[in-house]
Design a protein around this ligand. Structure first.
Ligand code: NAP
Ligand code: ZN
Ligand code: ZN
Length: 350
């Protein structure tokens, strides 16, 4: 199926119109007309080849929500006309230890990511293309159901920003009685604040943007710390149980580590292109931990969506047309987004 899309042709070219081919549904596939696609900072890292792993042309987008148009003859999960969502994964081997443990993002035989992944269903060497496109065909096992009470546009970014913050907060058992830090108030960070607050924790936002203090509190932070202010950081030394770092660029993680208690954990989900200096002394005294986390598995993504349905949680979004995508990237690089851009994909059909 010939499909309109927006692609980066090289690391230095702006995104522009491009045609891709989508497969007709195989027996367990769902074909989806995309209504909304969130704009993740990972899209910028890939479009500009900041991580040195992009194959061009690159069609980003992994916060996808749309309407089912046709289904394969073995599909049971949805019917044409239903809403369906797709996140960062479109396939995995389903047989390895990670897949059997519902951690398809760590498939030992290689997860198929929604874009720039090796397309196991395509021709040899083909890569996957993401949600900055009219439609997508995905195996039903990698599609998600979005609760009917949630606004579809504001729910789309849950598929990456939502699960990437929900999963580590759950894994590290964030709950009432704990002091939790969320670093960076962008797409991921604002969902981290909402979830930590919803889980009952004393939630503290670390931000570099003074202008975001009122929004931080409105979104659920009990306190806001300006991370560039050394005195403010010193006042919180040794007091946090857990800190989730969503920052997309180079920054001082030692200053964050110093805020942790004995056995406290700093979990990095932001993925700066360059290595971050780590002072071992920040880990030794008192014993502290540094970890990473990558999105979440499909079952946990559905659990997160159901939690959001139950508690009426969605993302704070700014809707854009696909033609505004290059400006949106520039604004995100200036930390100027409230708090996730979502592309109205009908703009691609204009
Ligand atoms: P975003 O919306 O651009 O937000 C990033 C925030 O980080 C900014 O709003 C800003 O918050 C803060 N920030 C930016 N530059 C900074 C600097 N130099 N020093 C300190 N703080 C800075 O990005 P996003 O979509 O949330 O993504 C964040 C990162 O997570 C990206 O690297 C992305 O690739 C990564 N990611 C990882 C996963 C995963 O599975 N691990 C999934 C999705 C995304 P303030 O203005 O509040 O300071
Ligand atoms: Zn993402
Ligand atoms: Zn696997």
């Amino acid at each position: 199926m010939q499909t309109r899309a927006f692609a980066a042709q090289s690391a230095t070219s702006p995104l522009g119109p491009f045609f891709i081919d989508r497969r007709e549904p195989l027996p367990t596939d769902i074909a989806i007309d995309i209504l909304y696609c969130g704009v993740c900072h990972t899209d910028i890292h890939f479009a500009r080849n900041e991580w040195g792993m992009t194959t061009f042309p690159c069609v980003p987008g992994h916060e996808i929500l749309g309407r089912v148009t046709s289904i394969g003859n073995k599909v049971t999960k949805v019917k044409p006309g239903d809403l369906a969502a797709v996140g960062c994964l479109v396939d995995s081997c389903r047989t390895c230890a990670s897949c059997k443990a519902n951690q398809e993002q760590f498939c030992l035989n290689g997860s198929t990511f929604t874009y720039n992944g090796a397309d196991t269903r395509g021709k040899p060497g083909a890569i996957t293309y993401g949600g900055y496109s009219e439609r997508i065909t995905v195996d039903e096992a990698f599609t998600l159901k979005v609760p009917a009470n949630l606004d579809p546009a504001a729910a789309a970014p849950l598929l990456c920003a939502g699960i990437t913050t929900y999963s580590p907060l759950r894994r590290w058992k964030v709950a009432k009685g704990q002091k939790i830090g969320i670093v960076g108030l962008g797409g991921l960070g604002h969902m981290g604040v909402k979830f930590a607050h919803a889980f009952g924790a004393h939630t503290v936002l670390f931000t570099t943007s003074e202008s975001k203090i009122p929004d931080g509190k409105r979104l659920g932070a009990d306190e806001v710390i300006i991370s560039k202010n050394a005195d403010a950081m010193a006042r919180h030394a040794g007091s946090f149980d857990f800190i989730l770092d969503t920052v997309s660029a180079e920054h001082d993680i030692n200053a964050l580590l110093n805020c942790l208690k004995l056995d406290g954990s700093l979990v990095l989900v932001g993925a700066p292109a360059s290595p971050l200096p780590l002072s071992v002394f920040s880990l030794l005294m008192p014993r502290r931990h540094v970890s990473g986390s990558l999105i979440g598995g499909i079952a946990e993504t559905q659990e997160m969506l159901d939690f959001c349905g139950k508690h009426n949680i969605t993302c704070d979004i700014e809707k854009i047309k696909i033609q505004q995508i290059n400006d949106a990237y520039e604004r995100m690089l200036k930390s100027d987004v409230k708090y996730r851009f979502v592309i109205d994909m009908t703009s691609l059909r204009m």
